[in-house]
Design a protein around this ligand. Structure first.
Ligand SMILES: Cc1ncc(C[n+]2csc(CCOP(=O)(O)OP(=O)(O)O)c2C)c(N)n1
Ligand code: SF4
Length: 315
C-alpha cells in the first residue's frame, strides 16, 4: 500500500505537524536520538493521547518534578507494568464512553519503555496485553542497554558491545549473547501491526506511528534509538549511526501488517557491518574474527527476513 507521502509525490518537512507535545526543556544528553524519536511519536499521536511511561531515560529527562515537558496526559508507571496500565486505561475509556460518561471520541493510549523496560522486565505485561487484544500502541525505545542507570546490558544489547555489566576484557569480548528479537516476539502474538523504525528515517517513523494509532487492536513499534552516551559516539553522529544500522542490515526497517511482512527500506546490497561498528566506542575492542562473526549473523538474519517477506506475500 502506498503511503500518504508517496501518494503526494513529495517529501516535505512542512507536512509534519508543527505542534509539539514533548516540549523543549527536557534534559536528554546532547545528540540523543531517543528523545528525537519520542518527540516525533508525540507529534503524530497529538493531543488526544494518554501515555503510560516506564522508568528510563525518557521518563527521567521529561519529568523532573515540578517541571514537565509533557503537553498530554502522562502517567509514570513501574518498570514491570507499562502495558498492564495502558490496558487498564484503554478498558476504562471504553467503559466510560459506553456508559455515556465521556463523549465518544478517538483517544490513543500509548505504553512506552526502553529496551530494558520492554524486553526484560515488561515483557510479561506486554504479552498479556497483546494476547487480550487491547487497542493500544506500545513503543519500545531501544538504545540497547539500561542507559538511565549507567549503561548496564539488557537482553537487547548486541553481541560484542561493552557495557558496565558486560565489560570487554581479555577473557570476554563484551556482551556474549545475541540481541533478543522483540519485534518477532510481538509478531508471534499475531497482533495486527508490528514495525521497526529509527529516527534517522523520520518520515518512515511517523507513517508507522500513524498506522499503529489507526489500526484497531494492539500495535507494537520497536525504535532503534542511538544513544551517544552509551554507545561512545560523538553526538553529531547519532543520525548517521542510525542510517548505518539500517544500511548494513544490523537493524532492518520493516512492518508486519496482519501477518504480512514488508521491508520499508529494501536494499539490493548491504554495507559491511564494520562501517557501523567502527564509529562506536562500545565495539572498539572487537577483533576481525568477531566482526566476521557479527557480519555472518547479520546476513543470516537479513536473509531470513527477506524470506518472510517473500513467503507472506505469495499468492
Ligand atoms: C523494578 C525496578 N528496578 C530497577 C529500577 C531502576 N531503574 C530505573 S531506570 C533503569 C534503566 C532503564 O533502562 P531501559 O528500560 O533500557 O531504558 P533507558 O534508560 O535505557 O532509556 C533502571 C534499572 C526501577 N526503576 N525499577
Ligand atoms: S543516556 Fe542515551 S538515551 Fe539516555 S538521554 Fe542520554 S543519550 Fe539519550
Amino acid at each position: 500500500m502506498d503511503t500518504y507521502l508517496d501518494r503526494l509525490g513529495v517529501y516535505a518537512a512542512r507536512l509534519v505537524p508543527q505542534k509539539e507535545y514533548l516540549v523543549p526543556g527536557h534534559r536528554a544528553c546532547q545528540g540523543c536520538a531517543e528523545v528525537l524519536a519520542l518527540r516525533l511519536v508525540a507529534k503524530v499521536l497529538g493531543r488526544n493521547n494518554i501515555i503510560a511511561s516506564a522508568t528510563g531515560c525518557m521518563e527521567i529527562v521529561s519529568s523532573p518534578l515540578p517541571l514537565t515537558s509533557w503537553d498530554v496526559p502522562w502517567i509514570h508507571v513501574a518498570f514491570e507494568n507499562t502495558a498492564a496500565v495502558a490496558s487498564g486505561i484503554e478498558a476504562g475509556l471504553k467503559a466510560l464512553m459506553r456508559k455515556g460518561r465521556l463523549p465518544k471520541q478517538k483517544i490513543t493510549v500509548m505504553g512506552m519503555a526502553g529496551d530494558g523496560g520492554t524486553s526484560d522486565i515488561g515483557v510479561q505485561a506486554l504479552s498479556g496485553a497483546m494476547e487480550r487484544g487491547h487497542n493500544f500502541v506500545y513503543v519500545c525505545f531501544d538504545n540497547e542497554a539500561y542507559m538511565n542507570t549507567g549503561i548496564q546490558r539488557s537482553s537487547a544489547t548486541p553481541f560484542g558491545a561493552s557495557t558496565t555489566t558486560s565489560p570487554a576484557g581479555k577473557v570476554v569480548p563484551g556482551q556474549t549473547t545475541w540481541k533478543k528479537n522483540m519485534p518477532e516476539i510481538c509478531a508471534a502474538h499475531n497482533i495486527p501491526y508490528v514495525a521497526t523504525a529509527c529516527p534517522s528515517y523520520p518520515f518512515d517513523l511517523m507513517e508507522k506511528v500513524k498506522k499503529a494509532a489507526d489500526i484497531e487492536g494492539p500495535a507494537y513499534i520497536h525504535i532503534l534509538s542511538v544513544c551517544p552516551t552509551g554507545w561512545r559516539l560523538a553526538p553529531e553522529l547519532a543520525i548517521h549511526a542510525g542510517r548505518l544500522a539500517v544500511e548494513t542490515g544490523v537493524f532492518p526497517l520493516y512492518e508486519v501488517e496482519r501477518g504480512k511482512y514488508k521491508l520499508s527500506v529494501d536494499l539490493p546490497e548491504l554495507r559491511p557491518v564494520e562501517e557501523y561498528l567502527k564509529i562506536q566506542g562500545r565495539f572498539r575492542h572487537l577483533t576481525p574474527e568477531l566482526i566476521d562473526k557479527i557480519q555472518q549473523r547479520v546476513q543470516e538474519e537479513y536473509t531470513k527476513l527477506k524470506k518472510k517477506v517473500q513467503m507472506t506475500n505469495e499468492g
